[in-house]
Ligand binder design. Structure first.
Ligand SMILES: [Zn+2]
Length: 389
């Protein structure tokens, strides 16, 4: 991989042919069309919120450095901004008069670029940028970008991979999965957490089709013009969830649906029964982990630990312990009912409360309640043994 430090591009150069999409709210191109500032369906320009764009212009006016910019070389004399999108869009908009904004001067009066003195205009336009340009093997570029200290607006993993593995596949995939205007996006966001413009939907789609090996998949398909496999797999997963579960509240958002699909999509389910169970469990006050209800019912309700079922509270445990222990002492047997019927050694042992755990007489998963009527204290060994059955 080659890294080149370029210090000859000025604000004037970068602003040549600057295009800003007002509809999408972001800078698109610069450097006479050679520079892609924000690729299609990348996140929006956010510097206009909170006055960061004004800070950028002030820095240029007083001659403070704007910091390093990072570009990826994507072709012969073609570049894509990897870090610096917001800074470039800020000065691009200020200098370009189509979508101008103003910066307050010392007296607080709004000054547009046009209303600055010619000297100040020159000073801004002549400012040289410090740009790292890198080109070469995508996985090396990705590795490098993971380690460099990007100050401006750090890219997330998927944004970085998109830049490193730029090509027809990423372009086609972004058009579908990173486009918030896509008619299916609302449905998809029922099950996927995040922002399509921050590449979260694309990330989920890639994760599902690649079974978690996103980088490898992107590398293999980098030059593909078709994203059919990616799209088909994604739609299969979404259709499978929607066809199975009615439930669409926030608990379903961001679950590892790709994994569930791989594991269970060939299992036949009674749709009515499974939806009734979900409803019941969602309302069960003993279930602490409601997001795992889906994995639990898909797996045939064999792993209640997924639900993190609420345990008996300390008051209940102490009361049950006292009753149980007094009765055992009277009968001269162990206060652990399983020790009491077991071999000699512990048959008459009175355990301390700290040596015992609370157990559901009727398992929670078989409808047993989590209250005193269904609580027994067992020695830790027997409780563990029972729990593992
Ligand atoms: Zn015992």
């Amino acid at each position: 991989m080659n890294k080149t430090l370029v210090t000859t591009w000025t604000v004037r150069d970068i602003c040549k042919g600057f295009t800003f999409s007002k509809a999408e709210g972001k800078g698109l191109f610069g450097l006479n069309g050679k520079l892609t500032i924000q690729p299609e369906y990348q996140r929006n320009y956010i510097y206009d919120k909170g006055g960061k764009d004004v800070d950028v212009i002030r820095s240029l006016m007083v001659g403070y450095p704007l910091g390093l910019l990072y570009f990826v070389k994507t072709g012969e004399d073609k570049y894509e901004v990897l870090d610096g999108q917001q800074r470039i869009t800020s000065f691009g908009r200020f200098v370009n008069t189509t979508y101008p904004f103003s910066v307050p001067d010392e007296e607080g009066n709004p000054r547009y670029f046009d209303s600055l003195s010619p000297d100040m205009q020159q000073k801004i336009l002549d400012t040289e940028m410090v740009v790292y340009v890198c080109e070469g093997d995508p996985s090396e570029i990705d590795k490098w970008f993971k380690t460099v200290n990007i100050k401006g607006e750090p890219l997330n993993d998927q944004e970085r991979l998109n830049a490193s593995y730029h090509g027809p596949f990423v372009t086609a995939a972004r058009r579908v999965f990173s486009n918030s205007l896509n008619a299916n996006m609302n449905k998809w966001l029922t099950y996927i957490k995040g922002d399509p413009k921050r590449q979260d939907v694309l990330k989920a789609a890639l994760e599902w089709v690649s079974h978690g090996n996103i980088q490898q998949y992107m590398s293999q398909h980098r030059n593909d013009t078709s994203i059919a496999e990616l799209q088909n797999h994604f739609e299969s997963v979404i259709d499978w969830i929607g066809g199975l579960f009615d439930y669409t509240d926030s608990e379903v958002r961001g679950l590892p649906w790709g994994e569930y699909y791989d594991k269970y999509h060939e299992t036949a389910y009674d749709r009515t029964a499974i939806n009734n169970r979900v409803k019941e469990l969602m309302q069960d006050p003993y279930v602490n982990n409601r997001r795992n209800i889906f994995a639990y019912v898909l797996g045939g309700e064999t792993e209640p630990q997924l639900l993190d079922v609420r345990v008996f509270d300390e008051g209940v445990k102490r009361r049950v312990y006292e009753v149980q222990t007094e009765k055992a002492k009277n009968e001269n047997i162990s206060n652990c009912p399983l020790c009491a019927i077991g071999p000699e050694a512990n048959a008459k042992k009175i355990w301390k409360i700290t040596e015992m755990d609370a157990d559901h007489v009727t398992a929670w998963s078989h409808g047993g309640a989590t209250d005193a009527s269904n609580c027994q204290m067992l020695c830790k060994t027997h409780n563990r043994a029972k729990g593992n059955r």
